[in-house]
Structure formats: C-alpha cells, structure tokens
Design a protein around this ligand. Structure first.
Ligand code: ADP
Ligand code: MG
Length: 229
C-alpha cells in the first residue's frame, strides 16, 4: 500500500463547555488511499473525531494535518474553503434540501464549489444509480435512494477524502449493500475513506478498525484484506 500520509492527528483533545471531554489525546495517521473504520459505543467521540478530520471543527489542543495543511492555523473562511476542496461528507441523516429535486440538490453542492455544470451533476446522479429519478423530490425517494443522492452530492468535487458518519444507519439490507458497493468502488478508484459504523461486517470492509471508548482510542486492528471480486 502507498504509505503517504494524508491525515495526521497528533495528541488531539476536544473539550466542550462544562468540561465534557469528547476526545482525549488521540494519535492517528491515515494513509492516502486507505479505508479506515471507526467503531465505539454511542458518545465515545466518533463523530467529533470525524468532524475534526473533515475540517468541520477544530481541536481544543493538539495538531491536525490534512494533506500537509495544519488545519488549526486556518481562519474560519479558509477552513471552509479547504473542506470544500478536499472533503466529501456523508451523514446518517441525509440533509437533502426538501424542496429541491435530485438534480438540484447535487447542483447546489456544485454551487458551493463555484461550478455549475448540469452534465457532471447528471453523471454523478447516474453513477449512484439514480439517473431515472433526477426530478424527484427527496420525499418521493426511499431512505436508501436519498443516501445515494447524498453520495453523489459528496462526490461532486472529486474529494480526496470521503468521510461517512453511520451512512447505513437508517437503511435496510438491500440499500446498505448498494451503498457499500459504492464505497468499494470509491476505494478502488483511490479515494481515502473513513467510515463510522456500529456494524462489524461493514467495519471489516475497510483495512483497519479504530475503536474509541470515552474519547480515547482503545485499539487499532489491521485487517487482512482478501482480494475482492
Ligand atoms: P459518538 O459519535 O461516538 O456517539 P460524539 O462525538 O457525538 O460521540 O460525542 C462525544 C461526547 O461529546 C459525548 O459525550 C457528547 O455528549 C459530547 N458532545 C458532542 N458534541 C457536543 C457539543 N456540541 N456540545 C457539548 N457536548 C458535545
Ligand atoms: Mg456519532
């Protein structure tokens, strides 16, 4: 595997008001092209760590480098721009705009990247198997279909790192399989993936499992990857 480091988390602590420590002294490196799974009980800090790697939030102390940039040194605006260039985010709650159709939801993401290209938005929607539903509203789609639109939206800027927070948490088995197949193809194409999940089978699709408990990293397990068809 290519060992170039894409994400470096060095002695990161995150505290919230009233002394809640969401993360304590986390050290973690993620290689370019790697697929890492985060596991741990509810409240263990998974989302906080993902948000910090995704440049949605800054640590209270410690250092985070993404693609060579120390994100703690960026202003709010610079951080936003950096995130839009480098990161694709997929959430358990889909966060689609309810009054925009599928194509418009994906084009809205393009707008934030200062590009408006209906052809590439269509291609992104087709890629996730939703080309027949371009003009449907989110309310007219199943949960799995909405999540696939979210993946199309996250991919619109070709992000080098894709972060997903319990992406299959609201899906049935069939849609879970479809979504995970998309993740597999993203990984094959060289994207770096970080996936938070409670599901052991999904966690094992990655190359490494990082387990958190009470804001601390408790174990890391390297997975032996059998060749996949
Ligand atoms: P997980 O994703 O593993 O369930 P989180 O990262 O969401 O865990 O939360 C870790 C801890 O930080 C929890 O105790 C949670 O209550 C706390 N926390 C998360 N976000 C905030 C916030 N915005 N303000 C205060 N406490 C928070
Ligand atoms: Mg969470």
């Amino acid at each position: 595997m290519d060992q170039e480091i894409l994400v470096e988390v060095m002695d990161v602590t995150k505290s919230y008001n009233r002394g809640v420590r969401a993360l304590e002294h986390i050290n973690l490196s993620i290689a370019r092209g790697e697929w890492v799974s985060f596991m741990g009980p509810s409240g263990s800090g998974k989302t906080t760590l993902l948000n910090i790697i995704g440049c949605l939030d800054k640590p209270t102390s410690g250092l985070v480098k993404v693609d060579g940039t120390e994100i703690g040194k960026l202003s709010g605006r610079e951080l936003t721009r950096f995130r839009r260039e480098k990161v694709g985010l997929i959430f358990q709650q889909f966060h689609l705009v309810p009054y925009l159709n599928v194509l418009e939801n994906v084009m809205l993401a393009q707008y934030f990247h200062s590009m408006a290209d209906e052809t590439s938005a269509r291609e992104a929607v087709e890629r996730v198997g939703m080309g027949g539903r371009l003009h449907h509203l989110p309310s007219q789609l199943s949960g799995g279909e909405q999540q696939r639109v979210c993946i199309a939206r996250a991919l619109i800027n070709e992000p080098m790192i894709v972060l997903a927070d319990e992406p299959t948490g609201n899906l049935d088995k069939e849609n879970e399989d479809l979504v995970m197949e998309l993740f597999r193809s993203l990984h094959r194409e060289g994207h770096t993936l970080v996936v938070v999940t409670h599901d052991d089978e999904i966690a094992r699709m990655g190359q490494r499992i990082v387990r958190l408990s009470h804001g601390r990293m408790v174990t890391q397990e390297d997975l032996v990857c059998a060749p996949r068809s």
